[in-house]
Write a new protein. Structure first.
Length: 639
């Protein structure tokens, strides 16, 4: 097995151009400096060039140029530098020198480039977000399993788990017990995995304890979040406090005794005290809601809808839910109907959102949205949490609108639901089942439309910021058929670049004129059969984010049924034009890709390799100097 002086990992938000540009830049810089290097890439087609434990152990230092989590724990004990992926493209030589002189990385230690303050801030925000998602992703299976089993138990009656009731059924009671016990693990698991993402194994232990303490004290979802982050802060603080104790003698004492015992003591004590105000908040909200029971049903619906969509299972949501269960015991089935409608609408809304604007969501988000149709139908609101957490100031109000609409319509039409859980599974117990489902669907579609608009807005904003990383995603229908391309294939741009598809001295005055020229040129050269369709595809792509790069290059691309096969066009313009480029410079060279509607991942590889070429100063200089199609084609063929 080969040994490398340096190893590293690169990755960007969408995993295309910058991922591979950083890889290429680091490999070239290492060769120039006389070092061997292996780079693991976290791209759209998956993880390639996986680093083995032996390769990491043999390396002198590690470079991570990434905007996503690539797993730092495996690099413990090595010299390590961590920077955004753009730094890997712009200053690879400096990163190699910095990595070789970097301090030894230890588990949980901040590994940021301390000389760049903005990097630290960015990584901190990203770490908070990823740790929350780590907790939510581990929590959701417990919510799903427990909620569904509880809902199934209601088939035997609302009181089927109560031994004193005539509806009592032993099997239903077992299902209810198993389901409720599993559901009750939600808060502990959430707190544990939030802390685990930030403070590793000891964080998990302390976070789990904090989650149980907040659950027993009525802290709910919000308490679990507070407990998780508090546990991480306490553990990281204790690790710093005991850092003077050498690991070779005190590692076991610290990890098994000092950190968990003191961590649980400190965190548990604080959460024990915090539970009192959180519980008081819950009780106060419940009393407030009771006061609206006999008032305007529309006003009550708005209040309940906003509360249920405010924190998705947290204390505010639980205040409305607990009020509903209390009123159920008093024979009031109307209040719970509005609560259930408001809780069911948000997860359904995420499903409608991804259907309305699929391109604005990632593959995993689309899958989650589809699953939420099932979760929402069984009254599991927590499936909406990942969507709410992504852009909370925008998405949570959107959820509130749909939940309020569903709740208001439910109260106005006097619908009653005598079951505290179960969603559509308990429809046989609802007095107006079809009308209730209709109101929920109306509220869900309204929220879904708002979420789709918001997601589209942020997708365009992100695309503008990341530029070449925001390539055209494969259609959903083709995703399941995609195969990761072999690393041995070269995907040289010259493979899809013919001499007739290169044009110099093109006279256009604007970006739109250039795109129209490209579309007409593609039809003229039999690369496509509908100029208007290709042009519209170009324009649509530009609206998602400019394809203007740096150094006077633009890489527009179009995907359409009018395109027969993957092709490449190169235009050298007579005069530079504005293209909203990354560096603000005008564009004089256009490298365009034509992609058929049904396509493998091949075009992504061609685009990535072209982006790599544009990181080479000598290639850029030669391309700028080339004045004939033959010179341009020869340049691509020999690089």
């Amino acid at each position: 097995m080969a040994k490398y002086d340096l190893v590293g990992a690169t990755g960007c938000a969408t995993g295309v151009a910058h991922t591979f540009m950083a890889e290429e830049a680091l490999e070239k810089a290492a060769e120039k400096l006389g070092y061997t290097i292996k780079i693991e890439t976290h791209g759209q087609t998956g993880i390639e060039n996986n680093l083995t434990s032996a390769e990491i152990a043999d390396a002198q230092a590690v470079i991570v140029a990434s905007d996503i989590d690539v797993g730092l724990d495996r690099f413990a004990g090595k010299r390590l530098v961590v920077v955004p992926v753009a730094r890997g493209v712009k200053e690879p030589d400096a990163l190699i020198k910095k990595a070789l002189a970097a301090p030894i990385y230890k588990d949980g230690q901040a590994a940021k480039d301390s000389t760049h303050e903005s990097v630290g801030k960015q990584k901190l925000g990203n770490k908070i977000y990823t740790s929350l998602m780590n907790g939510v992703s581990h929590m959701l299976p417990f919510v799903v399993a427990g909620g569904v089993l509880m809902a199934i138990s209601f088939f035997w009656g609302i009181d089927s788990a109560n031994p004193k009731s005539s509806e009592y059924n032993q099997f239903a009671a077992m299902l209810n017990t198993v389901g409720s016990t599993t559901m009750n693990l939600m808060a502990p698991v959430l707190g544990a995995y939030i802390a685990e993402a930030l403070a590793q194994r000891t964080g998990f232990v302390v976070g789990l304890a904090a989650g149980f303490i907040t659950f027993n004290g009525g802290g709910g979802f919000l308490g679990a979040i507070v407990g998780g982050y508090l546990a991480a802060i306490v553990v990281l603080g204790l690790q710093k406090l005991f850092q003077p104790l050498p690991d070779d003698k005190f590692r076991g004492l610290k990890s098994i005794f000092l950190l968990p015992v003191l961590g649980v003591l400190i965190t548990g004590s604080i959460m024990y005290l915090l539970n009192t105000p959180i519980k008081a908040l819950n009780v106060g909200l419940m009393s407030w809601l009771r006061g609206f029971e006999n008032t305007n049903p529309a006003l009550l619906g708005i209040i309940v809808g906003i509360m249920c969509a405010a924190d998705f299972g947290g204390p505010i949501n639980k205040a409305a839910y607990v009020t509903g269960t209390v009123l159920l015991a008093q024979g009031n089935y109307y209040f719970m109907a509005g609560v259930s409608a408001a809780c069911i609408a948000p997860p359904l809304a995420t499903g409608f959102a991804v259907l309305m604007n699929r391109k604005a969501y990632s593959k995993s988000e689309r899958a989650a949205g589809y699953v939420n149709f099932l979760l929402g139908s069984t009254h599991i609101t927590e499936g909406a949490i990942p969507f709410a957490a992504k852009h909370p100031l925008w998405n949570i109000p959107a959820f509130m609108v749909g939940s309020a609409v569903a709740s208001v319509l439910t109260y106005i039409t006097k619908i009653s639901v005598p079951a505290p859980h179960g969603g559509f599974i308990v429809l046989p117990l609802v007095n107006k089942p079809f009308l209730w489902v209709l109101w929920i669907l109306i509220g869900s579609v309204i929220s879904g439309a708002l979420l789709a608009l918001i997601a589209g807005r942020f997708a365009k904003k992100d695309a503008l910021a990341t530029a070449t990383d925001s390539t055209i995603a494969p259609s959903v229908d083709d995703t399941s058929n995609q195969q990761t391309e072999s690393k041995e294939e070269t995907f040289a741009p010259s493979d899809i670049l013919d001499l007739q598809n290169i044009k110099v001295g093109v006279d256009v005055a604007s970006r739109d004129e250039a795109l129209k020229y490209l579309a007409d040129f593609a039809v003229k050269n039999n690369l496509a059969n509908d100029s208007e369709a290709v042009y519209n595809s170009y324009v649509k792509r530009e609206k998602e984010g400019s394809t203007g790069m740096t150094d006077g290059f633009a890489i527009p691309h179009a995907q359409s049924v009018a395109i027969a096969k993957s092709s490449m066009i190169v235009l050298k313009l007579k005069q530079p034009i504005d293209w909203q480029s990354l560096d603000g410079k005008k564009i004089d060279t256009v490298i365009s890709f034509l992609i058929p509607q049904v396509d493998s991942n091949a075009h992504l590889q061609y685009l990535s390799n072209t982006a790599k070429l544009l990181t080479h100063a000598d290639f850029i200089a030669k391309l700028k100097a080339a004045n004939t199609p033959a010179e341009i084609q020869n340049l691509f063929e020999n690089n």
